[in-house]
Design a protein around this ligand. Structure first.
Ligand SMILES: Nc1nc2c(ncn2[C@@H]2O[C@H](COP(=O)(O)OP(=O)(O)OP(=O)(O)O)[C@@H](O)[C@H]2O)c(=O)[nH]1
Ligand SMILES: [Mg+2]
Length: 509
């Protein structure tokens, strides 16, 4: 029977093991493939300028809405005063075109627009990678006509959190996952899985039913952590929460075990079985994502649902902090040039965006931005050092609220007005999804440290009831839209134009 103790790892041990787990020849071949393709694409870019823009963020961060609103605005010539090429009238045409990768699902733009504009509902969650190509015809600053191809790639942020697994052995991953699951509030959510783990003998014979139960209980724990009351972000392996067609396959039927680090598993043991499947997971899912998608991106926006983490409480905010640090370690940042294209494809601009900022009055947007800036500051400094440009903004791709000042005696309070989705609770009221309400979601502090340095800094849904939480940023219905000149309304937004200017503005000069 396994002993119930979680072992700590030494850094040297980790490095040695990472080396053992990766095959240098395979790595060189893989790197050569990536470099050769990057060089080819770099050459193509010179003849036919193209930007591959990666849009990522954790589940529910706002990727689908961001891409839909961005394309809608570009195609229909939306009101984007800060996006210079469009505001000055230099963009003559923007249209969708068949995407370049036949094996990647198309981003379902038309259905997403219909949901938002005609049905007044948010599009359904999308759980896989998708892509869309946009052709932008514009007049350069010097007056000549040019074309920019914009490939937009929507992929789950959870897949990014899988990339560090590539250099982690099974025992390292097991130990880290177990140690994390002992922290609060995770420990309470992991109790069923922990109880089952105590019954397993890693050195005993391999057993499919034990593996299935362990994987199911481990997945339940990850799902519980993702619930909006906890809003945890660090939940690898990413495909456990979004298995798609591959649910139940052996590469998704493993879980951490409490195993010693210095020795190899006995043949045909449960431990050997789990280790084999963990390695298959990396080969089947993580490596292809890295090779076929991630390594090809030129620019990146990372959407972050900071307000949902604040809703949940200090632990969620710290977890978000750790997840973003881990994500940022994955990016290969730096200035793009022929050498970097040959040896190591780079992302030369990266934007961190606090999404859904319309859930806060505009007078607090700077504070929201400051909070995200503080969370990504270490990685942003590293990226700048490597020659990448980094920016942080608060935006709302589709603005679902309007702002009002409410008088209380002699003072005026800045509030937002929107329609909370059916079932949302604010104070003691449960909403029906039809009623407008003026809200004061809570004031973010001027100094973001106040929220980050103390695990008891504020009360969120993790610890307090809905009525007693210090912040409340409810989910809202999309805005009611008025028809535009040609009958189709434009989508209201906050700083989507600034995001576009940063992400592609320099390539439309
Ligand atoms: N108020 C407001 N809510 C938004 C905005 N963008 C997204 N939301 C809300 O966030 C939810 C998730 O947005 P999506 O764009 O579907 O998020 P996603 O990152 O694509 O999520 P997955 O596909 O599940 O990974 C939506 O259903 C809306 O409730 C916004 O700009 N303003
Ligand atoms: Mg989506």
């Amino acid at each position: 029977m396994a002993t119930w103790s979680f072992r700590r790892h030494m850094k040297d041990e980790q490095k040695a093991s990472a080396l053992r787990m990766t095959n240098p020849l395979a790595q060189v071949i893989e790197q050569t493939r990536i470099s050769a393709r990057a060089l080819l694409e770099f050459g193509n870019h010179i003849i036919n300028p193209t930007i591959r823009l990666g849009v990522t963020g954790m589940s529910g961060a706002g990727k689908t809405i961001f891409i839909t609103a961005l394309i809608h605005g570009l195609i229909r010539g939306g009101r984007f005063p800060v996006f210079e090429a469009l505001a000055s009238g230099r963009i003559c045409d923007a249209r969708l075109a068949p995407q370049p990768d036949d094996a990647v699902p198309r981003f379902d733009y038309e259905n997403h627009v219909r949901a938002l504009v005609t049905e007044r509902r948010w599009p359904d969650s999308t759980r896989q990678i998708s892509e869309l190509r946009l052709i932008i015809e514009y007049q350069s600053q010097r007056g000549s006509m040019r074309t920019l191809t914009l490939d937009i790639v929507d992929y789950p942020g959870e897949w990014l959190l899988d990339l560090p697994l590539l250099t982690k052995s099974y025992h390292q991953w097991s130990a880290e996952s177990l140690a994390l699951s002992l922290q609060q509030p995770r420990a309470a959510l992991a109790s069923h899985w922990h109880d089952h783990l105590k019954t397993l003998d890693p050195k005993g014979p391999q057993d499919e039913q034990s593996a299935l139960t362990a994987a199911a209980l481990f997945t339940d724990y990850l799902k519980a952590c993702r619930d909006h009351r906890y809003a945890m972000s660090m939940l690898p392996p990413g495909r456990f929460l979004m298995p798609g067609d591959l649910a139940g396959s052996p590469a998704l039927t493993f879980a951490p075990l409490d195993v010693p680090q210095a020795i190899s598993p006995p043949n045909d043991s449960l431990w050997a079985m789990m280790q084999r499947r963990y390695e298959s997971y990396k080969t089947a899912f993580v490596q292809p994502f890295f090779r076929d998608h991630f390594s090809r991106l030129d620019r990146q926006i990372v959407l972050v649902d900071v307000l949902s983490a604040v809703n949940a409480g200090p632990e969620a905010l710290h977890d978000l902090d750790a997840a973003l640090a881990s994500i940022l370690d994955c990016f290969r940042l730096g200035r793009k040039n022929l050498l970097s294209a040959l040896f190591s494809p780079r992302i030369d601009r990266i934007l961190f965006a606090a999404a859904k900022a319309d859930r806060l009055h505009s007078s607090s947007h700077e504070r929201l931005e400051a909070l995200l800036r503080r969370i990504v500051e270490r990685a942003a400094a590293r990226a700048r050092f490597a020659g990448s440009e980094v920016d942080v903004i608060a935006l709302a791709a589709v603005r679902a609220t309007r702002e009002v000042m409410i008088s209380q005696g002699s003072s005026h309070l800045p509030a937002i007005v929107g329609v909370p989705v059916s079932g949302e609770i604010i104070g003691r009221k449960i909403f029906d999804g039809r009623t407008d309400v003026a809200m004061f979601p809570g004031d973010l502090p001027a100094d973001p440290e106040v929220l980050l340095k103390d695990p008891e800094a504020f009360r969120g849904l993790t610890k307090a009831s809905v009525q007693d939480a210090d912040f409340r940023f409810p989910r809202l219905l999309p805005p009611a839209l008025q028809g535009g000149e040609d009958g189709e309304p434009s989508l209201p937004q906050i700083r989507l134009d600034r995001a576009l200017q940063f992400l592609i503005g320099d390539r439309l000069q």
